[in-house]
Design a protein around this ligand. Sequence first.
Ligand SMILES: *[C@@H]1O[C@H](CO)[C@@H](O)[C@H](O)[C@H]1NC(C)=O
Ligand SMILES: *[C@@H]1O[C@H](CO)[C@@H](O)[C@H](O)[C@H]1NC(C)=O
Ligand SMILES: *[C@@H]1O[C@H](CO)[C@@H](O)[C@H](O)[C@H]1NC(C)=O
Ligand SMILES: *[C@@H]1O[C@H](CO)[C@@H](O)[C@H](O)[C@H]1NC(C)=O
Ligand SMILES: *[C@@H]1O[C@H](CO)[C@@H](O)[C@H](O)[C@H]1NC(C)=O
Ligand SMILES: *[C@@H]1O[C@H](CO)[C@@H](O)[C@H](O)[C@H]1NC(C)=O
Ligand SMILES: *[C@@H]1O[C@H](CO)[C@@H](O)[C@H](O)[C@H]1NC(C)=O
Ligand SMILES: [Zn+2]
Length: 785
Amino acid sequence: MGRLTTLHFLLCLVTLPHVLAFIPTDLKAAFGFFGTSHETQTKNAIKLIWKAYFGEGAANIPTAAMTRALKEISGANAFVDEDQEKGELHFDGESFTEGQERLVDFANWTIEAVRNNDSIGARKLLGQALHTVQDFYAHSNYLEMQLAAGSKKLVPHPGLGIEGTMFHPLAKTVDTCKPCENSIQCTEGCEKNLLPAGLTSGYYGGEPNYPKPSKFKCSHGGFLDTSSLLFGAPAVYFGQGINKDSKSCKFSPHVDFHDRAAELATVATRLYIINTVTSKITQQQRALLFGTDLGAYSLWNDYPEWWDYVDDFIKLHKREDPTIVHRRATALRKGWHTFVAAKNVHEHGVALARAVARDKFHPLQFVRRDLPENLTDYSGWKDVATETGGHVIKIGENDDIEKTADFLKMLSQPDFAEILSVAGVAQKDAVVDFTFSIDSTLESLLFSTSGVGSFELFYPDGCRYPLDPSANKYVHKRELSDNIAVNITSVPAPGAYKISLRCNGDYTLSISGNSSLFLAGFQFVEIRGRPGHEGAFPIFGSPVTGQSSLVEAYVHGNFTDGAFEFRTKGNEFIVEQSAIKVDTEVLHHGTRFEGESTPIPTDEFMVYMKGVNDKGEEFQRALIHMISPSHVKLSLPKAEAAMLQAGKVATVPVTVLNVAEFDDTYDIFAVDEKDVITHVSQNQMLLKAGETGTFDVTMQPAQDAVVGSNHILVSVKGRRTRGNKAVVRAVIHPEPTVTPDSEITQHYYANETEQLILDMIEQDNQGKLLLGPDDFVWGVEVSAR
Ligand SMILES: *[C@@H]1O[C@H](CO)[C@@H](O)[C@H](O)[C@H]1NC(C)=O
Ligand SMILES: *[C@@H]1O[C@H](CO)[C@@H](O)[C@H](O)[C@H]1NC(C)=O
Ligand SMILES: *[C@@H]1O[C@H](CO)[C@@H](O)[C@H](O)[C@H]1NC(C)=O
Ligand SMILES: *[C@@H]1O[C@H](CO)[C@@H](O)[C@H](O)[C@H]1NC(C)=O
Ligand SMILES: *[C@@H]1O[C@H](CO)[C@@H](O)[C@H](O)[C@H]1NC(C)=O
Ligand SMILES: *[C@@H]1O[C@H](CO)[C@@H](O)[C@H](O)[C@H]1NC(C)=O
Ligand SMILES: *[C@@H]1O[C@H](CO)[C@@H](O)[C@H](O)[C@H]1NC(C)=O
Ligand SMILES: [Zn+2]
């Protein structure tokens, strides 16, 4: 975008919050590319971790689940920049002791979450810790000290985040910086402003726990840091400091060190992950953490109580009174799916199940027994199945548990890429056709339907593909009253195929396949953060009808051309998304797309990608979840909602903006998986067109709550519009610890950092420098530039 004027900066100064970090994400839309982001550092480090633990093949062609794991970790990392006041999250203001305690706690909690098989919680915790690790190198002078000592190799600090190791800052009275030679401009700067006192980091105006103690302590620096003007410093000192966050001297006085800081931070990220987390867990737990354990899915053996429940479902004599309302559904989350067996579940439980499935990118398959419609009301579940790309799966009187399991097993293919996901209503015996592309990256295909009596498949030339398992050894077929599932294990020649469904009324169809070419993400995002540090953060809830939204998307695999489009759930084309374009610079986990959507449709829609692969074949992929646009915008301070301390009360204000052109009354509720919500301040709200309202959600996890994730759903349902629902993935954690002196085996004093560096240079010269438990080569060659 256009060049920024000083006036623009000053406006931003008062209107935008600041964030203290390397740039959080790979966003480019707003102010250009200003360096190596936290996101990129994290991804580069984790790719090497994959290679070490899972082999080169897995690292080079990661699966959708691995890609998602990586995105969850890097997203949690970027998220730390939402907290603008706690210096220790960013190692600001010489917060070395507090930052170190934080890293030790987060490693402990990550391991605890992994041990509880809570991969989401573990990824969120790890990602947040990595942010602090990376900021150590951007905000302290550790890198400058290594360079000053003549290190040939830049080596991470050996104690960072290590249990039993404590950091001690310089005294408040020790001077660490002098004024820069000139006021900061892009040509001459602050590279010699450090005093040789030891390890220090910059103070930032606006961090109440770390006020700058004197004029001669370093500032973070940059145009938005007011701390350089404290103690009566003249105006020319404005912006002076030592941060290496970006490649823009307006934000980073030590801009010349940015690339090296980012490289060192990337090595340190890997070191921290290995030393503090992955060397202490089993290979199976590593696989869980990084999304590579897909081989371990056996539907039948897991969750025996779930199968008992389904068995009871089928057996007539065991059936309960259908009018009883149960609080929760019984869910089996396996492979890439959530299977829900449920009797009458309260509306809130249905909404939560849907929110969790959506958040995990699972389709939700709703398993029900085949009863007359008037006996139970399944409508809520049916909608959820349709919206998430699943089916209503009917179990008939004559189906037994083995047959049911066999059917569900065929559906529960982990990691399959969605090709087509439709729902509709047809007359009984009506034939409905859809065409879709098959490309040669597909290794197998899975067709599943509900409300369909039978279906046929046609080659591009119109001939019928043999779907009879007795005539085609590549075809497997399972049926359960109203549902059909067919897999084809040898995919026919590429081209445009047609499927013809013979319908029974309401129907759903899903076509998916195993492919190295897949849509790894598509998110509506918004820009938050100060100029030069903006990140692309997912919006809270659904996008708003009629407004365009920034989109970030990732596509994995090889293709030469591709574009997104919106379609109805009935597969009718709505509009092409030609402004969502390939970003040619970020290639670390597939191809990144970024751009503005067209104005968001009024009705629910699907996102598709169509393109041409590297063999010249057309391909199609779908985002499995339907998008439900809203006339209400929801927002909340995420930093406060996302980390919940056991036993501690947290009150989070949720802001509701009615963007419709008419007044509406909203019914409000909030639910969560672990029952931490104790109060919602209002259950109803009337908002005039354009009006904003606020309600509070109060939460208190139990004192003895285990470490782990908790999905919190906030729902605001309009009487005149469908309203909006949004999910916060919170992590419940114990009270932070303070390491007792008796457990500290290694003290690092800031005034002794130079000696530490000299010792490491000596060890390196003797070929003995080893910081990790494995035979990795640590460090970045200084001579490389
Ligand atoms: C985490 O810390 C708690 C309390 O100090 C301790 O009991 C537990 O063993 C630690 N867990 C790990 C994985 O280090
Ligand atoms: C975690 O999953 C593994 C493998 O499925 C299982 O053996 C173990 O019991 C589970 N642990 C917990 C705490 O649920
Ligand atoms: C449900 O409908 C059937 C026939 O349509 C009827 O015989 C039955 O009594 C109804 N059951 C209830 C609980 O209303
Ligand atoms: C196809 O279905 C058969 C029978 O359920 C199953 O054994 C096989 O693993 C499935 N193959 C794929 C690729 O889904
Ligand atoms: C999907 O493809 C991958 C890579 O070829 C393979 O390892 C995996 O077993 C396949 N999965 C299925 C269910 O076919
Ligand atoms: C993409 O193509 C390159 C070059 O042919 C190949 O090395 C790589 O494995 C391919 N990636 C995938 C996901 O197939
Ligand atoms: C560094 O500071 C610590 C604590 O203030 C002190 O005990 C130690 O002697 C100092 N080391 C040097 C080399 O001055
Ligand atoms: Zn930061």
